[in-house]
Design a protein around this ligand. Structure first.
Ligand code: SAM
Length: 224
């Protein structure tokens, strides 16, 4: 069986399945390929902003005998995807700020039944901020180790409820410190925030952000 790697397997695990998925920023199309090969999804679109990545997706799909089953689409975010083509949307392997921008540029995704599978490489707080302000409920957050790196992956369903996040949830999410991967991820996040706070303190540039980070670190129990 085709192995997409632990990070993408963790993303695939969060897919509800049974319908269609659009994978945005697909690159090699490993995620949609895995979802079709395992029978979890019945239809898939592999989308990318670059022609180069779509060529590598085409090569991979040809090797796997999936060219008839997965559509390839040149698209900036969801610009070229229409609502009836995706019950679920995956955006993996990009920075959280870009993921949030891609989602907010496509207001049509905000409808009951829509599930998002998101795997931000950095700035997960931007993704949580988007989800909370746009009616999505985070249903799962998981951390997976692949090689030396840790990867956060989340799933969110639309329910239309606008949420206000506490600073701790905004920066640390809902991960419980009950697995070694989660603990390592939370500690790394705390170290990043301490560094950011130090920079803000030195420049005095954004006292509001500094206070927010301080509250998040204190509430999550990471204040030194
Ligand atoms: C690091 S790769 C991640 C590939 C795959 N999703 C994964 O997680 O392994 C990021 C991909 O996102 C694509 N990308 C970047 N910005 C994009 C955008 N605005 N719309 C669609 N794709 C984008 C890049 O061309 C690249 O192929």
């Amino acid at each position: 069986m085709f192995d997409p790697g632990r990070r993408l397997a963790a993303a695939a695990q969060l897919v509800r399945g049974g319908g269609s998925i659009a994978d945005i920023g697909t690159d090699h199309a490993y995620l949609p390929a895995f979802l079709i090969l395992t029978g979890k999804c019945t239809r898939a679109l592999a989308c990318d902003i670059g022609k180069g990545p779509l060529l590598s997706a085409e090569r991979a799909l040809r090797c796997l005998g999936l060219t008839e089953k997965i559509g390839l689409r040149l698209s900036d975010g969801l610009a070229e995807v229409s609502p009836e083509e995706a019950d679920e949307i995956a955006v993996c392997g990009m920075g959280g700020t870009l993921i949030a921008r891609i989602l907010s540029d496509a207001p049509w995704i905000r409808h009951p039944g829509m599930r998002l599978i998101l795997q931000p490489m950095t700035h997960a707080e931007d993704v949580r901020g988007y989800l909370a302000a746009n009616g999505f409920r985070v249903t799962d957050e998981t951390v997976t180790a692949q090689g030396k790196r840790l990867y956060l992956c989340m799933a969110a369903d639309y329910d239309g409820v606008i949420r206000e996040l506490s600073p701790a949830v905004y920066y640390f999410g809902t991960l419980a410190p009950d697995r070694p991967e989660n603990i390592r991820y939370l500690e790394k996040q705390a170290a990043r925030l301490r560094k950011q706070a130090e920079g803000l303190r030195l420049t005095g540039s954004d006292p509001e952000a500094l206070a927010l980070i301080g509250r998040a670190l204190a509430c999550a129990g990471y204040l030194e």
